[in-house]
Design a binder for this molecule. Structure first.
Ligand SMILES: [Zn+2]
Length: 408
């Protein structure tokens, strides 16, 4: 069997395990722990020196949510990581910040629509990006202290993936119970303002733990190359493109780079928290590398690569001219890869914002796949092309081997 065929078969096996055999890889869940165990096992069996730095996080489950007013019922969903509730109270509505500021809704049920629900709110303690408008809205909600919140949202693929409706609030640090629904249901509910509404959300926060998986080669080296992919998923998605694809490419690289010999260390980083409200894995990694980020020669992040349509897109950040030239040259040697535009929605950002040279690997039609598949039940192994992942792994292997030859 040829090397490529072997790797292709490995991709199919890994996809089956990560996206079909495991019900979810949501951080804190048993599936997430099984996924990180699996990655650690594969890395160890290929000879990598493996550690699994851990942290506390929340698992979360819901047995559903329901909203009723008189004889009418309305479809609603528990917001991820929200507390549960069982409330009968007057419904108050707010469509704008001005509405909300003048509203008295303490102990009542608050419906948010329109202007207030355009963008998913960044979680309170999210460390990397947190617009003031979001923080202000969250602070006002906490000050108003409604008994529960219903959010009605439309489509917003840039920020919330393809999910419709999307949860406006997804935050284990925000304690007011909330549910979400479509803008259409929201419009019907809004007609019941000032009437009594019954809301039940059977959601529960469960204290849990998670780990990053870190595989090292030549760990004593003064400088290292980091190759990263996040393993966690949003709730309710098999996460084939987002991001079993990246993890699988990392596992292929574990094999392709296991005999790599140079003055550099190589770190394979299975990150756990990219799709989680607290980015816990990212914070643990940053803490462990604090003060040593300058020793990172290159940070490679892989997320949502291998889409069945189009090529694999490589983008570059903070690279020296000579490195960039070598990488762009490598791209010409493989038919299914190309240089793509820079983007910032994934883990390369923790390197880029600290001035570390970085490369991000995703799919050419990233925007399209975000609209169609990201964070939904449709993100299944069938939308991933195994050969694209194998080709990406060979391309990255060659780039790593070329990078260590560059004198700077
Ligand atoms: Zn992702």
């Amino acid at each position: 069997m040829s090397r490529s065929t072997e790797l292709n078969e490995a991709v199919s096996r890994y996809l089956q395990f990560l996206c079909v055999d495991l019900p979810t890889r949501q951080l804190g869940s048993a599936g997430n722990q099984a996924a990180t165990d699996f990655c650690a096992r594969v890395l160890r069996s290929t000879g990598w020196d493996v550690t699994t730095p851990g942290f506390k996080c929340l698992d979360w489950v819901t047995r559903g949510a329901a909203c009723r007013a008189g004889a009418k019922t309305f479809t609603v969903h528990s917001s991820p990581y929200s507390n549960g509730c069982r409330v009968s109270a007057t419904l108050r509505t707010a469509a704008t910040l001005a509405n909300l500021q003048f509203l008295d809704c303490t102990g009542e049920i608050l419906l948010l629509t329109d202007e207030l629900t355009r963008e998913q709110l960044m979680p309170k303690k999210y460390p990397f990006y947190n617009p003031e408008t979001h923080q202000r809205l969250v602070a006002i909600l906490e000050e108003k202290a409604p008994a529960a919140i219903i959010t009605a949202t439309s489509r917003n693929p840039e920020l919330a993936g393809a999910a419709y409706p999307f949860p406006l609030i997804e935050d284990g640090n925000f304690d007011i119970p909330s549910v979400y629904t479509t803008d259409r249901v929201g419009a019907k509910l809004a007609q019941l303002a000032d009437q009594t509404v019954h809301l039940i959300s059977q959601a529960e926060r469960i204290p849990s733990t998670g780990v990053n998986v870190v595989g090292r080669l030549n760990p004593a080296a003064a400088e290292k190359i980091v190759i990263c992919a996040h393993v966690d998923t949003k709730l309710g998605t098999p996460g084939a493109l987002d991001n079993a694809a990246g993890v699988i490419t990392l596992l292929l690289l574990a094999d392709l780079l296991k005999d790599h010999a140079s003055d550099y260390g190589i770190e394979l980083l299975v990150m756990n928290g990219e799709d989680y409200y607290g980015a816990h894995g990212e914070l643990v990694w940053l803490e462990q590398n604090y003060g040593n980020l300058r020793s990172i020669k290159l940070f490679i992040n892989m997320d949502a690569l291998g889409y069945i349509k189009g090529k694999t897109a490589f983008s570059f950040y903070n690279l020296l001219e000579q490195t960039l030239a070598v990488f762009v040259e490598e791209l010409t040697l493989h038919p299914g890869v190309m240089e793509g535009e820079q983007w910032y929605q994934s883990d390369q950002s923790i390197a880029v914002m600290n001035g570390v040279p970085a490369m991000a690997v995703t799919s050419e039609y990233f925007v399209e796949l975000c609209k169609k598949y990201t964070h939904t039940a449709a993100d299944v192994p069938g939308v991933v092309d195994a050969e694209r992942l194998v080709e990406a792994a060979f391309t990255i292997r060659n780039m790593v081997n070329a990078l260590v030859q560059i004198e700077d």
